[in-house]
Design a protein around this ligand. Sequence first.
Ligand code: 13P
Length: 217
Amino acid sequence: MPMSADEGEKRQAIIDACRRMNELGINQGTSGNISLRHQDGMLITPTSVPYEEMRPEQIVFMRFDGSFAAEQKPSSEWRFHLDIMRSRDDVNAVIHAHPPYATVLSIMGLQIPPIHYMIAAAGGDTIRCAPYATYGTAELSHHAVKALEGRFACLLGHHGMIAIGPSLARALWLAVEVEALARQYHGCLQIGAPPLLSPSEIERVRQKMAGYGQADP
Ligand code: 13P
């Protein structure tokens, strides 16, 4: 069946976002993966293909029942991409990467507390850190979905970070913001225990942000 213009654009947008992740320094090599909701499933990056070499036809279409064309090889992290899409109607894009500072905090098992008001962009007063589980497993997916409850980002223990959103642009913007917060928190910890903003202040900011700025991101 020929590909629709909409599907072609989505495939290219995924590749562009992958390359942008590497340019922005929030990912290294092929360690990240991206998915975008499409029809009754999602489009997801293939496993282990360098972003510079990735072609639109290599992006895998996976239905919500987990089925995909036998000759294709989706990202090894397709489970959590699929489970997040299935459990969150508000999410159309999922980004996973191993940004340096977010990964340092994830290794230490630290969540990001409300050190800065921008944490509200991730949906609450913390960015949780999910417990470690082997990459690509249903266990990791379970931990990720739980850590993302009421949130748009989480850390994955000894692994990296997930950012999600209603659009790819928004999820990428948030991935950059999460890495900035992780870097700020890492810096604070060099000096001591940082003072924190209150949950009520973060909630106030979250509501204010809902009406802030241009439409997208
Ligand atoms: P893929 O190349 O299979 O997408 O996975 C890399 C990775 O990040 C595993 O966590």
